[in-house]
Design a binder for this molecule. Sequence first.
Ligand SMILES: [Mg+2]
Length: 192
Amino acid sequence: MKTIAWDVDDVLNNLMQSWFEWFKNRKKLNLDFQDITENPPYKILNISITEYIQSLDEFRLSNLYQEMKPAEEVLEWFKNYGKYFRHIALTATPLIAAPTTAQWVFKNFGRWIRTFHFVPSRRENINVPDYDIDKSDFLKWFGKVDILVDDNEKNINNAKKWGISVILFPAQWNSSKLSKEEALKLINRMME
Ligand SMILES: [Mg+2]
């Protein structure tokens, strides 16, 4: 069976939209989610990267993260095809948010996703050993992943170097022209 590594934020869930709606209300912004065409979106929001990261981390540690619904199309795919693959979660998240992210993954996708992996995003005042500089570095060391599903174009391009099959998961901030359903269908062709 092939093994799929799933990015968590903005693939299994809709973190950016959930965070944005919360931030927009709080700041009384006159923008819609459709306007968020870059990730990270701090320039579009006219805020500093520090403010963006702090507010995103605050959201991650609040109940709002735990209450997020799984992405419907993805959950539907798992119900139909999940059993034909093995699955791991692979996220880049700050160390402080790793426990809540892992809990969310197992609560919503634990029927299929059995292991959780993260590459710590850098945060001030948090020192952790640098085992991997990014997800592709992790994938090279881990060596078991056949397919990567991620909305970050850089992660996708770097993973290709190790011969991993890749699915760029559609998002407003990347170049995919597919619908989520179409992107997920591509995985089925990779079944052994
Ligand atoms: Mg992501």
